[in-house]
Design a protein around this ligand. Structure first.
Ligand code: FES
Length: 107
């Protein structure tokens, strides 16, 4: 099972086994990672699953689609070089070793 490292805003990091087919948001939310709010439940309609992807990983992930781009505009601290919505990142075996950081605040 892919192992993803989630770094909470306070600096605490946890490595979570996230099943293939789940999303990065679901993996963090279900493990109780602080700051992954996911108000809309993964419908790409809230931006409260915003995470920063480790720079080494950004180009290895599927690109953002336009809906994700639009919602990220509402995310506080959005960084075009590393921001993603966790609910739009569906985990495959290739995600093993991914590192994401939760921002200071969600919308
Ligand atoms: Fe709402 Fe991701 S959970 S946009």
């Amino acid at each position: 099972m892919p192992r993803i490292t989630y770094i909470e805003h306070g600096g605490q990091s946890r490595v979570i086994d996230v099943p293939v087919g789940h999303t990065v948001m679901e993996g963090g939310r279900d493990a109780g990672i602080e700051g992954i709010v996911a108000e809309c439940g993964g419908a790409c309609a809230c931006s409260t699953c915003h995470v920063y992807v480790d720079p080494d990983w950004f180009d290895r992930l599927p690109p953002r689609e336009s809906m994700e781009e639009d919602m990220l505009d509402f995310a506080p601290g959005m960084d075009p070089d590393r921001s993603r919505l966790g609910c739009q990142l569906r985990v495959t075996p290739d995600f093993d070793g991914l590192v994401v950081t939760v921002p200071e605040e969600q919308a």
